[in-house]
Design a protein around this ligand. Structure first.
Ligand code: ACM
Length: 538
């Protein structure tokens, strides 16, 4: 049977025959599908050497069209010896159909230039009817801990599109780096985008890489990333993390920190992992500063959601700070948790007034939220359950299941033995909807998201290694209409992965080898050795 990932809802072989592409195949793009045609020519056209002209004679043309009766992201693909027909409920549906079509052409269709002398590309005669389970099928890229140059982000957008993922959550700021140009606050990147050295491996490791690390995206880079994503029907959600995870910003602008308890003028961009104690001061000046940041962010990112972090904000400095304590009294918010809720609530209202919606990590539930705000549930399922019960939309990102920085094997054969073991099969059996939700509450689960936190991923090859093949399994969880976890046919998924590895090879993905002894197992070195006494957590 056909080896598609993610699995479509229905596939039937309609005859033993086939359709085909060759150098004369015309690509007839109906109204609204011109962007998909452009994408097909740039990718499938480049890989196959078939130019896909917009007219001409052929017994088997490639035809794209919108059929509004289909679900917006759904599509029908019909292949026969009289045509290759892709119809979608919208251009997005047609795009997903085009992705399926590319998989049917074989792995060589994923290259950037032809590698075979093949003149005719056959596709089995079949009918595919498909639509996604969830509308938020996300991937977080942490470009703060290790900077990913723009080309890497564009490449991940291509990899996401190939897997029908549709939300890129860009984690743009953290203690260890600020990655987006903000014109009115230039020191955020002049100072905040570089650190002098980097903790190597786990935060308990004794090793440092003694060289500067950094980089940032200009506003034109961001515009290009957003446009490239849009052409692939992917929305980019920016994250500006407040009030914790902010040491890089404080290093750039010391007045943002709690200057009455620490000398923030001597802080630098953080060079180790974990959670910095240096958090934003809860002052009006800080709010105004970040309103300025967000004004520029809103100009660059047109999507509905803006992520404001809200996670892991240590309260020690606020406890010690007379300024923060006076603020708690003046606002009548009770304690430091109330102060954090006030801080997040300010941006919730501010974004809502500008027609956007706030999303934050599940800590933002503590202290109450405006109705439009949404939650990324990362500390297991509990935050997602609480959010959905309180009527908030939620994206399920539980650390135990879909944090792809966690190790893939329980042995000394992982480059850095970090976190819980999460195998390909574990990810395949992940269920995003918490079972305790009623059907109405479950409507609030917008979808799910895999996280690539990059403390231990210093380059693109390491990101690939942690992401794949598990991201392929995750994509199927997010897209396909799978049964309950225990009933999922993992053997069939592995069989289809057999073909999919060929596609990943053609795309140049440095995935974790699927089986057999890994090359470095025979000589475990510093990288492969578990770190004495290190907690099984990032
Ligand atoms: C998180 O992992 N702190 C969201």
């Amino acid at each position: 049977m056909v080896e598609l990932i993610p699995a479509p809802r229905h596939v039937t072989r309609t005859s033993s025959g086939h359709g085909w592409l060759d150098e004369r195949t015309p690509l007839l793009a109906g109204p609204g599908t011109e962007g998909v045609a452009r994408w097909l020519r740039a990718t499938v056209g480049a890989a196959t050497g078939c130019p896909l002209p917009d007219g001409g004679e052929s017994a088997c043309p490639l035809v794209l069209g919108i059929e509004p009766d289909l679900p917006p992201e759904g599509y029908h693909l019909a292949v026969s010896d009289t045509g290759l027909l892709i119809r979608g409920g919208s251009a997005t549906g047609v795009f997903h159909g085009a992705q399926t079509f590319r998989q049917l052409l074989g792995p060589a269709a994923f290259r950037r230039a032809p590698v075979t002398a093949r003149r005719v590309w056959e596709v089995p005669a079949l009918a595919v009817r498909d639509a996604p389970r969830f509308r938020w099928r996300g991937l977080l890229l942490d470009v703060a801990r290790h900077f990913m140059p723009k080309d890497g982000v564009l490449r991940y957008l291509d990899l996401m599109a190939a897997h029908k993922l549709n939300v890129l959550h860009l984690h743009l700021t953290d203690d260890q780096g600020w990655r987006i140009e903000i014109r009115r606050h230039p020191r955020l990147t002049e100072v905040g985008s570089w650190r002098a050295r980097t903790k190597f491996g786990h935060r308990a490791s004794p090793l440092w890489e003694e060289k500067p690390h950094g980089g940032h995206y200009t506003q034109d880079d961001i515009r290009e990333i957003v446009a490239y994503a849009a052409e692939r029907h992917i929305t980019v959600v920016p994250e500006i993390d407040v009030p914790g995870h902010s040491q890089a910003a404080i290093a750039a602008y010391p007045e943002l920190g709690n200057t009455d308890v620490v000398d923030t003028s001597s802080l630098s961009v953080w060079d180790t992992w974990g959670i910095s104690a240096n958090v934003l001061a809860p002052t009006d000046a800080t709010l105004r500063f970040y309103e300025g940041v967000l004004e520029e962010v809103l100009e660059l990112f047109p999507g509905e959601f803006v992520h404001v972090g809200g996670d892991e904000c240590p309260k020690g400095q606020w406890r010690a700070s007379p300024t923060a304590q006076a603020r708690i009294k003046e606002l009548g918010v009770g304690d430091e948790d109330g102060l954090q809720a006030w801080f997040i609530g300010h941006f919730d209202t501010w974004l809502a007034a500008r027609g956007r919606r706030l999303i934050g990590w599940d800590e933002i539930l503590d202290g109450g939220l405006a109705p439009g705000a949404a939650v990324s549930s990362w500390r297991g399922y509990a935050g997602g359950v609480a959010a959905a019960r309180a009527g908030h939309d939620v994206v399920m990102c539980p650390e135990q299941h879909v944090y792809l920085d966690h190790r893939q094997h329980d042995g000394p054969d992982e480059p850095v033995p970090l976190g819980h073991v999460r195998t390909l099969e574990d990810v395949y059996r992940f269920e995003p909807v918490p079972p305790e939700l009623t059907p109405e509450q479950a409507e609030h689960v917008l979808g799910t998201q895999a996280q690539l936190w990059t403390e231990v991923m210093e380059d693109l090859a390491r990101v690939d290694y942690q992401a794949f093949p598990r991201l392929s399994a995750f994509a199927e969880v997010a897209w396909s209409d799978l049964p309950a976890p225990a009933e999922r046919d993992f053997a069939d998924f592995e069989r289809r992965m057999g073909a999919h590895y060929g596609r990943l090879d053609a795309l140049g993905v440095s995935y974790r080898p699927p089986a057999g002894p890994l090359p470095w197992q025979k000589r475990p070195g510093v990288l492969g050795r578990p770190i004495e006494g290190a907690p099984p957590h990032r």
